[in-house]
Design a protein around this ligand. Sequence first.
Ligand SMILES: N[C@@H](CCC[C@H](N)C(=O)O)C(=O)O
Length: 276
Amino acid sequence: MILNFTKMHGLGNDFVVLDLVTQHFNLRPRHIRKLADRRFGIGCDQVLVVEPPQDPDVDFRYRIYNADGDEVEQCGNGARCFARFVRARRLTNKHSISVETSAGIIHLRVISDNQIEVDMGQPVLTPQDIPFRAEQQAPSYELLVDGQSLSIGAVSMGNPHAVTRVDNTDTAAVAQLGPLIEQHPDFPRKVNAGFMQVVSRGEINLRVYERGVGETLACGTGACAAVVAGNVQGLLDNHVKVNLPGGSLEIEWAGAGHPVIMTGPATTVFEGSVRL
Ligand SMILES: N[C@@H](CCC[C@H](N)C(=O)O)C(=O)O
């Protein structure tokens, strides 16, 4: 079968976006891996799928698949691309869009053609809900990785994140430590590994080794998780500029009981069709 797709990115975190509202296809993990393959397919970090909602009170259902074929709970950069995609495809003309994800309902607001604000919902810090093995909730935890003890913050933005503070993201051992943190047995569903350099109380540099993908140029949920972790550790204010290798995001979190708000761009690269 031939499927139409759109190639998009959020700060270089790239996606193949499929409209399964007007097209019908039974997508399997092998199809995801083929689409995501950078040599034998189109190439992307995640495949994003737009479907009709199950709940009639929301606009769409948004499903996310990592390049390895696994379905995951949330994707922040993808959410901004999702908002731009459904409007460009004329699936809606709304500026405020509510979307079902497997992590709950999120709300997207198109501010301008290239700036989208996403209410990512409240972060989860309770270890068993991340999920993360720890006796009790704490601002930071010691994680034994490759014989060294790393201090991490553990946060779920629907998907799990471990955030480590580093002196300099340019020299951080992301390629070496990333896969070891991702597969650490204390994270039973694996984890996205963030490496955060605090520049000031209102600015951080961040690199993320993503679960099921490897290091990406940007991770929206990773940016949210880093700001939450830095905030509960007393290092960051409520409004933080997050500099990722692919560009910057603005993240706001007013503290416990409040949602995390992410604002940034979404870019369309090209459209095409693919035989699966
Ligand atoms: N790139 C994403 C996160 C995608 C999912 C992640 N790799 C996971 O496995 O949880 C973002 O922008 O948030």
